[in-house]
Design a protein around this ligand. Structure first.
Ligand code: NI
Length: 197
């Protein structure tokens, strides 16, 4: 296993569609997945796609809530997040509704942006044992899957941002949102934000 170098926005591999994996059970795919997981954990990422490690194959890894119940309460219990590997994934939106949410990407380091995503999807793909995975996902879980699968089509989250005033350096955006929040909560006795700055 090894930690791979992550391509950043501008690298050509991130801008082209990745190829279908012919055999999800192959030794080469297994080795790629092991390296991707190690790389994602090392980089503190929620997800990672093969193009980000310069491999143009349709493979993604991500942390998702465990369980396949569409009613699962996702996003508020990171302890239940389980690692998912998806080969040749396909997404089907189950609603027309999109909601905005902040995203970051290991290929766009230091930046964040608000991206509209479908709030309810079904996704399918194969695991490294060659078994089909079919799941429904909502909200944060659905967002992560859409973000990672976009990479397989050469799409980075900044391309999906509709209001570019909601895109910038994470540090600046966190600061301005913290300030706005503090202004709102002025007079409120509870302020546990890091007021050190
Ligand atoms: Ni990304």
């Amino acid at each position: 296993m090894s930690i791979l170098k992550i391509a950043r926005m501008g690298h050509p591999v991130l801008g082209v569609p990745a190829e279908e994996v012919a055999d999800p059970t192959s030794r080469a795919v297994r080795a790629l997945i092991e390296d991707m997981i190690e790389t994602m954990i090392d980089a503190n990422g929620v997800g990672l796609s093969a193009p980000q490690v310069r491999v143009g194959q349709r493979v993604v890894v991500f942390h998702a809530p465990s369980g396949e119940d569409e009613n699962e309460d996702i996003g508020d219990d990171s302890a239940s997040a389980s690692l998912t590997v998806l080969i040749n994934p396909v997404i089907e939106p189950l609603t027309d509704e999109k909601a905005p949410g902040w995203e970051g990407c290991l290929s766009v380091p230091g930046m964040t942006g608000s991206v509209p995503r479908f709030t309810h999807i079904r996704y399918r793909g194969f695991n490294p044992a060659g078994q089909e995975i079919v799941r429904e996902a909502r909200d944060f879980h659905a967002r992560v899957v859409q973000h990672e699968c976009d990479h397989l089509d050469g799409i980075l989250y900044p391309h999906r941002i509709e209001d570019m005033s909601l895109f910038g350096f994470t540090e600046e955006i966190n600061r301005s949102f913290t300030m706005a929040e503090e202004a709102r909560e002025a007079g409120d006795e509870q302020e546990e934000d890091a007021a050190a700055e």
